[in-house]
Design a protein around this ligand. Structure first.
Ligand SMILES: CC(C)(COP(=O)(O)OP(=O)(O)OC[C@H]1O[C@@H](n2cnc3c(N)ncnc32)[C@H](O)[C@@H]1OP(=O)(O)O)[C@@H](O)C(=O)NCCC(=O)NCCS
Length: 176
């Protein structure tokens, strides 16, 4: 799995999962029409220069996932990720999130990186736990999605925790 900047031509590959109910079950968007996916990808590509780094995750030359690192003030960044359901449970999501943390801490020298997920989204929560991120709390009813108000668990990791994990002081799940 390798991350590279998302390109507009990737929209058809992204649409292969953005059109699926299971891929956006806990999200405020979707399932997307082709025009909605094109609009998302167009916006994501244009946002690179504004510090919203949306990457395509390529596996064997095919785009099968997406990983976003969005810069904020105070040397903070937010991560988000998605994987084609046909590959769920094979470590791809964890690999994408790990690479986003590496870029954020090792290349961009961020101090804190955070992410959120619906508490019902067990896989997304596991991704962040496996990478040593701490659950800092639960935001109640912060998003309105198709089936009503959604809570969000907030996970974060600090730069020294990332360094400790990378040096083996803290044991991360290294199976992915
Ligand atoms: C969240 C998501 C990216 C995880 O991708 P993935 O490639 O399946 O993740 P991994 O294979 O690295 O699995 C991570 C953990 O979640 C678990 N997991 C995967 N799918 C699961 C599921 N449907 N239910 C419960 N646990 C699941 C895995 O077993 C693994 O935990 P383990 O190592 O303790 O066994 C993927 O489910 C997805 O794209 N969901 C839709 C978009 C989304 O919710 N994005 C996150 C919001 S920012």
């Amino acid at each position: 799995m390798a991350l590279r900047p998302l390109r507009f031509q990737d929209w058809e590959a992204v649409h292969e999962w953005a059109r699926l109910e299971e891929a956006c079950r806990f999200q405020p968007w979707g399932p997307d029409t082709p025009e909605e996916t094109r609009s998302f990808v167009r916006g994501a590509v244009a946002a690179w220069d504004d510090g919203r780094y949306v990457h395509a995750a390529e596996i064997d030359g095919f785009v099968k996932g997406i990983g976003e690192l969005r810069l904020g003030p105070h040397m903070q960044g937010e991560i988000a990720y998605g994987v084609h359901p046909e590959l769920w449970g094979r470590g791809v999501g964890t690999g994408i999130a790990r690479e986003l943390l590496r870029i954020g801490f090792d290349e961009l020298k961020l101090h804190r990186i955070w992410g959120t997920c619906d508490p019902r989204n067990v896989a997304s929560g596991r991704v962040m736990q496996k990478l040593g991120m701490t659950c800092e709390g639960r935001m109640r009813h912060n998003l309105l999605i198709r089936d009503g108000w959604r809570d969000s668990d907030l996970y974060a990791i600090l730069d020294h925790e990332w360094v400790a994990a990378a040096s083996g002081v803290t044991q991360l799940d290294a199976t992915d």
